[in-house]
Design a protein around this ligand. Structure first.
Ligand SMILES: [Zn+2]
Length: 328
């Protein structure tokens, strides 16, 4: 092959980046297979340029691990929290990424440092669900809902094989109302699914209960592990010890998910529901079983329930999905 020939698809690779508030996970795919990956902590300086440099760094490291170079890079996909201007490749607002509270020209800035390679930007939850649909647990299905139970509760819908986000804001299962007038939600309303199953809301509830004199080992375990937040791992450890408050908070989360998912199912008659996110991945099958037990009594057609699955790609799902978004 002479240098004048275009890049062949056999040698070219696609990079997928999962940009998060705490870490950046990148993979490189060659013919649908992960051949390199890299993960770094998200710079907390508040300067968007530092985050861009870190993203470019993980792409270079992943390329190296895959035995490839920048000239082999066909396309790049990036999943980011917050609102996205897909046409411009820009992020309008991603409050939990330091420096991303105003518009950032994410795609063009990354592209400029990597030989003007084409960059496609999408919302992180949609991209994660796309990853599971095309390369993970959702492969056998054409109609599914991914519910990502983490800091908040995000969702993505695949209908007839296509990501469906309505006019841009669809799939927000986290803000389906499970209890009118219930617990306060991060969105400013009350009684949303996220107010019961999102980690931020669950932690707020735990702190309230402690103030009222309820006992729990949750915060002691958190301090022992040098954490500042009640992460999924802290809940997992507290559950193992039979901590009553952790058990109740997780039961409440499963109850709320059961109502929200049954309502989605009754509306859409989906083939599958995939439960992911930090809590879903960390607590695994016992948590999924708990959710199914709470969902089943609310199903309108209980003899034809959706398959409820864990993610298959785990914490690589976002990065793989971003690569899929870019045509990988
Ligand atoms: Zn809400």
């Amino acid at each position: 092959m002479t240098s004048a020939e275009p890049k062949s698809s056999a040698t070219s690779v696609i990079a997928g980046v999962d940009l998060g508030g705490t870490k950046i996970q990148t993979v490189v795919l060659r013919t649908e297979e992960v051949t390199g990956s890299s993960r770094v902590l998200t710079p907390q300086t508040g300067k968007p340029g530092d985050v861009i440099d870190a993203i470019v760094g993980t792409i270079r490291t992943s390329l190296e691990a895959a035995g490839a170079s920048t000239s082999d890079l066909r396309e790049i996909g990036i999943g980011t929290p917050g609102k996205v201007d897909a046409d411009a490749g820009a992020v309008l607002l991603a409050a939990n990424v330091p420096g991303f509270s105003d518009r950032v020209e994410l795609g063009p800035l990354v592209s400029a440092q990597l030989g003007n390679t084409k960059v496609t930007v999408g919302n992180d939850v949609s991209v994660g669900v796309l990853g599971e649909y095309r390369r993970g647990a959702g492969r056998p299905y054409e109609n599914l809902l991914g519910v990502w139970v983490g800091t908040g509760v995000g969702g993505g819908l695949i209908l007839d094989g296509k990501l469906h986000d309505g006019r841009g804001a669809g799939g927000e299962i986290g803000h389906v109302v499970v209890k009118p007038g219930g617990r306060p939600c991060s969105c400013g309303r009350r009684g949303c699914l996220e107010a019961y199953a999102g980690r931020v809301s669950m932690e707020r509830r735990a702190r309230e209960l402690v103030k009222r004199g309820h006992r729990t080992d949750l915060f002691r375990i958190m301090e022992k592990h040098g954490r500042e937040r009640l992460s999924s791992g802290i809940y997992a450890r507290a559950l193992e010890k039979g901590d009553p408050m952790a058990t109740k908070l997780i039961e409440d989360a499963a109850w709320a998910l059961g109502i929200g998912l049954a309502s989605a199912q009754n509306l859409l008659d989906l083939e599958a529901i995939i439960v992911g996110g930090g809590l879903g991945d960390r607590l695994g099958q016992p948590f999924v079983d708990q959710v199914v037990r709470q969902m089943t009594p609310h199903l309108f057609v209980p003899d034809n329930p959706p398959v409820v699955l864990r993610t298959e790609l785990g914490d690589l799902g976002g990065a793989v999905g971003a690569a899929v978004l870019a045509g990988g």
